[in-house]
Ligand binder design. Structure first.
Ligand code: COA
Length: 349
């Protein structure tokens, strides 16, 4: 049975840089607060009406495809991870397929938020190992700035997130001990609302009680989008930051150790850890817990903020372009996010 490997990688971030000071013009926050709590200095925002998760994903995909030495026509399956899709449905997978001009192949959308890329990688790995596909295009892309609350009320969430996309091409390899060694996926839905974008949705108050979600103005259909939601300004993501932080610093080390143990490695064997860029403080905590040096962990949240499904492929691509991820290196990817979901992948490059 072949293993699967990352044969090509690319990323795209929009040109528009938004600094912490730019955000102070629209909400009550400060550069000092944001840097101290999250490490973020600036992020990128996509250009409305010109860019979207699909267009950014496609730009990253074209680079990954070229670096894999293939053409779009060689791609035999698409996996697209995003929480900020262009449409409610259909997903970005088919939209990107149209942009790339490769109709006919399967296109799957993944809804696992910050863990979306690792979940997608695991799926791609299984498909390639089983011999079903030979050139899977896996993309993580986010257009967060389209859906954030830019008033002071939304500041705890809004300052953290940025836009961008990353992509990889996954191919089989017969090289012994090379490629994706293992992937590990987890979730605990009891925390679903701790980091969530609830409305508009079809829940109709079934999870949280009808008091908050009773929309008498519409008997049916109102659960999707109602005037009351607009009036209550109940159409934004929300996050219990401290609950997220607490679980993240527990689950990141746990799932990294799980991957290492399965492959008989120690934390110090890792050449590069690429954690999901949730918060610099979380990454630093994980680094310390695992006893890793600064040069064993790639952080770029300072420049891009948290780009959710895009953050790992963007960071991995940057590390690879900088020559910090080389042939033969042991690379660990790890993610944690909304769901809660978390996961890891251990790769011998
Ligand atoms: N600017 C200024 N003040 C802010 C702010 C902002 N952007 N966001 C929140 N505050 C304020 C709060 O209103 C609160 O004020 P109060 O004490 O007057 O009530 C104060 O700062 C502390 O808020 P709190 O939410 O307790 O802050 P915190 O220390 O937990 O830091 C996070 C907030 C979001 C930075 C932190 O909880 C965190 O990093 N959590 C993990 C988030 C994450 O990684 N999410 C992505 C997961 S994939």
């Amino acid at each position: 049975m072949p293993s699967s490997k990352i044969a090509g990688i690319g990323f795209y971030v929009p040109e528009k840089v938004v600094t912490n000071n730019d955000l102070t013009k629209v909400m009550d926050t400060s550069d000092e607060w944001i840097q101290e709590r999250t490490g973020i200095k600036e992020r990128r925002y996509a250009v409305k009406h010109k860019e979207s998760s699909t267009t950014m994903g496609t730009a990253a995909a074209r680079i990954a495809i070229e670096r894999a030495g293939i053409t779009p026509e060689d791609v035999d399956f698409i996996i697209f991870a995003t929480l900020s899709p262009d449409y409610y449905f259909p997903g970005c997978g088919v939209l990107m397929q149209r942009e790339l001009g490769i109709p006919g192949i399967g296109a799957l959308d993944i809804r696992n938020q910050c863990s979306g890329f690792v979940y997608g990688l695991s799926i791609a790995d299984q498909f390639v190992k089983s011999g079903m596909y030979k050139n899977i295009l896996l993309v993580g892309a986010e257009f967060h700035s389209a859906g954030l609350d830019f008033s002071t009320r939304g500041r705890n969430v809004t300052v953290i997130f940025g836009d961008g996309a990353g992509a990889v091409v996954i191919q089989p390899t017969e090289e012994e001990g090379k490629g994706i060694l293992s992937t590990h996926l987890h979730a605990d839905g009891s925390y679903a609302e701790k980091l969530a974008y609830i409305n508009p949705g079809c829940h109709g108050g079934v999870h949280l009680g009808t008091e908050k979600y009773d929309y008498p103005d519409q008997e049916y259909g109102g659960a999707f989008l109602t005037e009351k939601m607009y009036k209550d300004e109940d159409l934004f993501p929300n996050m219990e930051g401290q609950a997220v932080f607490k679980m993240a610093v527990q689950k990141f080390p746990e799932v990294i150790m799980e991957a290492l143990a399965q492959n008989n490695y120690e934390a110090t064997d890792i050449d590069m850890l690429v954690p999901h860029q949730a918060n610099l403080r979380i990454s630093q905590f994980v680094q310390k817990r695992l006893g890793l040096r600064d040069d064993q962990v790639w952080n770029n949240i300072q420049k891009y903020g948290n780009t959710t499904a895009a953050s790992i492929p963007i960071a991995l691509c940057e590390a690879w372009e900088a020559g910090k991820v080389k042939e033969g290196d042991l690379v660990c990817l790890a993610a944690f996010g909304s769901g809660f979901t978390w996961g890891s992948a251990l790769i011998r490059f």
